[in-house]
Design a protein around this ligand. Structure first.
Ligand code: ATP
Length: 938
């Protein structure tokens, strides 16, 4: 396990910020904080204490117990630990505890947006000065600009403190006389907009589950769709505006809205309707394009809107740049203006966006945009790449500027990029990032569309090579899947090919002029947009809130992972007999299952269900692929996964191995009744073939025309009814513990005839138990079919019979073939409704297997990648999860704490010579041992 933490050194003087160091902690799962606390103190230069008991670490204002395991809350990725004293910043943290009744003041727009302030006390002053209770970094705001009063009964009033530029409440000027400030009303001071809101209710917080590895799994985002427009009160008509600079500021927003608010409508009713439509539209637009404060609250919660913009979302990749007075839509009087509604740019339409202006303001705007992308789009649907390699700016400054973004989970490389994070903070890193993006856009890994990436380029790229790569990406446009945000001081410094621009204007650089494409292919220019900008500490707070969050489903779109661990997918990182038997306990008692989790598709987990959904149809699986494509590993993954999913008395596995004893590792699973090497032991092959045929005949007789599922359910029901009056504790099938179900004559095949003397592990079901579902797994099926395989021929005939008659009887075949042309036309080929093509040598092989030729284009470097054809005809690309790997190296190493150099995060990481332990147990061995013990539990 690896987590990134920040350690704060005790302050050296009052008012001075605590010096901070970011560290990478590498430790086995379950390591307690105490094991690394001395090293954490050492990382910030505090040496001396030899024992953990002398090192006190705090998360916020709370001391952390030394026994807290690393990777569990609060020791999650991105956490800040204060050494020796509570975190001095902890009290100023906004809204970490939703659900109480307090009122919040949110800064919803302007050059210092995003703030969320809990209102405490009777009077709260807002202003530019540090003396203000809510300081705002807005040049148009006076030092002490306005005051809010909170009465004991919860009423809030506002009055201006004699500010230079005035205050406006929903368009009406506010003077020295206190006016009620209702929730949701927009209060304007300078270029900033603030609003009162109730703290979000606790039930709006999305559930999270710690994974023990430093992350919190967040449940899937809501389905794509737009949030409904909330009901709002009608505003009062606006009054006249004020004088001087105040007039110039307010009239820009209010004057035009003013004029529009006196429509010549035929009746008062119609006027009211138009006014209602205007309010509804403005509110709906503000909801749809959330402000920075809403984003922060959703990251901290995490709230319902976190990562809502999955790729299919109608607003995916559309950025809110600021707010302006914009024309009303249908239902409002012509000429109506919606005040202070978001102005957006759709990156999918524009391809790229150029941002021009003075660096400081530009970076604050860029922070708001990157934070917005990260809070609204899940990392599986969007990756972010930050490149800041302009050699005119010192490396330290570039690094400090973008250090906050390094906490965003969207910067983690997911496609084998040679770096720790997707950043380019010097020339070689920038060249590498651009080359990677170009390669991905021009040669997508497996023929699929490249994943969406937003590339932020801050200033010049530092080299001709990188500039050329960017120019090629921009020429490709949205088809490249890369959407670029370019920052420049002057328009002439922007590269060609950006479809939209936003230029910072205004006396104090708080406005934007936006040029963007319209839906009908024209260009549109919008002036006087009050830009949304956020401070660096705000952006870091949001990024740290996102740092530990992970989507509950490992992949939701786009690239398939290069490698996956089955135990991770099964959420069995630490696999114990108790966990396994708990899963079996939860199984339904009527019909056995035969579902195997194989890996992930682009959207979801990849599962094969041999028992459903139509049990009357033959449910077999045929797997084909070239040498080294990953067939044997896929079989092992399938068998391991079947075993986790069903108890050994209800699902049994017969292994028929091919060359290389590829299935040997599975023989230890308690579900495996026999393992046979047909070529090495022709006699047993013969006996096995006979037993299989007998078993089919026996089941046909026993079930008397019914299917396995129906018959099984009936037997369980009968046993359950018979057992009920006994009032004894019942077992998992509903039968009294220790009692047998009614004898099923002949139902002994799995315990006797199919299990031979030379079997590695035999776990027989209780005598006379119900016949279990039987999965016959055959590696190298084509070898059995070959005319040179006399030993295999009887077995091949029995397998053919199982293919034709077995499905409804609960006997399923899973077979792999390296020569699809040999297995083509066989009974199994005819009957298999589930089909997989891993990488094939020829398109024709892929066609034979999954009826599309795509598997021939799969790369050799990613064994286990393939296409699954489901019984409904859908064909999905997937990556097989691995079960024969050894436990990750970090799982057994001594814990280490290493300082992180942010400037090197984009450089190739130092290679470890061995990625897995050479002689530790494989995941399969760990799983088999835990399954055996689970099977022995009463
Ligand atoms: N899903 C996977 N993830 C990562 N590596 C894999 C995966 N599947 C297979 N490999 C690796 O690829 C190599 C070949 O895998 P495997 O033996 O399963 O292929 P095969 O198709 O059975 O080959 P052959 O036909 O030669 O027996 C092995 O080194 C294995 O570790």
């Amino acid at each position: 396990m690896q987590i990134r933490l920040t350690v704060l050194r005790p302050r050296t003087g009052a008012g001075l910020p605590a010096p901070a160091t970011d560290v990478l902690v590498t430790a086995p799962v379950g390591t307690a904080l105490g094991a690394v606390s001395v090293a954490l103190a050492g990382a910030v230069g505090v040496r001396g204490p030899r024992s953990a008991t002398h090192v006190h670490l705090y998360a916020g204002s709370r001391r952390i117990d030394d026994r807290t395991p690393l990777g569990h809350p609060p020791l999650l990725d991105g956490a800040v630990l204060a050494l020796g004293e509570p975190d001095p910043e902890a009290d100023s943290a906004p809204a970490a505890h939703p659900g109480d009744d307090t009122v919040e003041l949110r800064v919803v727009g302007g050059p210092d947006a995003g703030g969320v302030h809990r209102l405490h006390g009777r009077q709260v002053r807002l202003g530019r000065s540090s003396e203000a209770d809510v300081p705002l970094d807005d040049p148009d705001v006076s030092r002490l600009h306005l005051a809010l009063h909170l009465s004991a009964d919860g009423e809030v009033t506002v009055h201006d403190l004699g500010s230079t530029n005035g205050t406006a409440l929903d368009g009406r000027p506010v003077g020295a006389e206190p006016q009620p400030l209702p929730e949701g009303a927009l209060l304007r001071l300078g270029e900033s907009t603030v609003a009162l809101a109730a703290a979000p209710p606790a039930e709006q917080t999305r559930p999270t589950t710690p994974d023990g590895l430093g992350h919190l799994q967040v449940s899937a985002p809501p389905r794509p769709g737009r949030p409904p427009a909330p009901a709002t009160a009608e505003p009062e008509p606006a009054a006249a505006s004020t004088t001087g600079r105040a007039r110039s500021l307010l009239s820009r927003r209010l004057g035009r809205a003013e004029g529009a608010r006196t429509p010549a409508t035929p009746s008062a009713d119609a006027a009211r309707q138009h006014l209602r439509a205007r309010v509804r539209q403005a509110t709906a637009q503000r909801e749809r394009w959330p402000d920075a404060a809403t984003l922060l609250l959703n990251a901290l919660g995490p709230g319902p809107r976190l990562w809502e913009r999955v790729p299919a979302h109608p607003d995916a990749l559309t950025l809110r740049l600021g707010t302006a007075d914009r024309p009303g839509g249908p239902g409002t009087t012509p000429g109506t203006v919606l005040p202070a509604v978001p102005v957006t740019v759709d990156l999918q339409a524009a391809g790229g966006l150029g941002l021009v202006g003075p660096p400081e303001r530009l970076h604050a705007l860029a922070r708001a945009l990157v934070a917005q992308l990260a809070a609204l789009h899940p990392p599986s649907g969007l990756s972010l790449v930050v490149v800041s390699a302009d050699e005119q700016v010192p490396l330290e400054e570039r690094t400090a500027r973008w250090a906050w973004s390094l906490w965003l989970p969207h910067l983690r490389p997911g496609l084998g990029q040679d770096c720790r994070l997707l950043v380019g903070l010097d020339r070689p890193q920038a060249e590498e990032r651009l080359a990677e993006l170009l390669a991905l856009a021009e040669h997508p890994a497996d023929g699929a569309a490249p994943p969406a990436t937003v590339l932020l380029v801050d200033g010049d790229l530092g080299s001709q090579r990188a500039r050329e790569a960017l120019a090629r990406l921009l020429r490709m446009g949205p088809a490249s899947g890369v959407f670029t945000l370019c920052l420049a001081e002057r328009p002439g410094q922007l590269p060609a090919g950006l479809g939209a621009t936003a230029t910072v204007t205004g006396e104090v650089a708080t406005l934007l002029t936006v040029e963007r494409p319209t839906a009908d292919g024209e260009r549109e220019r919008i002036e006087d947009v009050t830009l949304d900008a956020v401070s660096a500490p705000w952006a870091e707070r949001l990024a740290r809130a996102l740092a530990p969050l992970r989507e509950a489903v490992p992949t939701a779109r786009g690239p398939l992972p290069d490698a996956l661990r089955l135990l991770d997918l099964l959420e069995l990182d630490t696999v114990t007999p108790a966990k396994l038997s708990a899963r079996w306990e939860d199984l339904p008692s009527t019909t056995g299952t035969a579902a195997a989790l194989l890996g992930t598709t682009r959207d979801d987990l990849c599962t094969v269900d041999l028992a459903g959904p139509d049990p009357a149809r033959h449910q077999h699986l045929l797997i084909g692929g070239a040498r080294g494509a990953g067939k044997s590993e896929l079989l092992r993954t399938l068998v391991a996964s079947l075993a986790v999913g069903e108890r050994p008395d209800r699902l049994q596995v017969l292994l028929v191995g091919g060359r290389d004893a590829a299935l040997a590792g599975c023989a230890e699973l308690p579900h495996v009744t026999a393992q046979l090497d047909a070529a090495a032991d022709p006699r047993r092959a013969h006996l096995t073939a006979e037993s299989l045929l007998e078993e089919l005949a026996h089941r046909e007789e026993l079930f008397a025309g019914r299917g396995f599922t129906a018959w099984y359910a009936e037997q369980v029901l009968t046993a359950h009814t018979a057992a009920a009056p006994l009032e004894r504790p019942t077992g998992r099938l509903g039968r009294p513990r220790g009692e047998q179900l009614p004898a099923a004559p002949g139902a002994t095949m799995t315990g006797t005839s199919m299990t031979g003397a030379s079997v590695a592990t035999v776990t027989a079901p209780p005598a006379a138990a119900l016949p279990a579902r039987l999965v016959v797994v055959v590696d190298d099926y084509d070898a059995l079919l070959a005319p040179t395989s006399p030993a295999g021929r009887p077995l091949a005939r029995a397998l053919a019979a199982a293919a034709q008659r077995g499905g409804p009887l609960g006997v399923h075949l899973v077979a792999s073939t390296g020569r699809p042309e040999l297995s083509a036309g066989s009974e199994l080929d005819e009957a298999a409704l589930w089909r997989i093509a891993l990488r094939t040598d020829h398109p024709g092989d892929s066609e034979l297997l999954v009826h599309v030729d795509d598997a021939a284009a799969l790369p050799e470097q990613t064994p286990g990648r393939g296409y699954l054809r489901r019984p409904d005809g859908a064909v999905l690309a997937f990556q097989t999860a691995r079960v024969s790997g050894r436990i990750p190296r970090t799982a057994t190493l001594r814990p280490t704490v290493v300082a992180i150099d942010p400037a090197q995060q984009g450089a190739p990481p130092t290679r470890r010579p061995v990625r897995e332990l050479g002689n530790g147990p494989t995941d399969l061995a760990l799983l088999a041992s835990a399954l055996q013990r689970a099977a022995e539990r009463p």
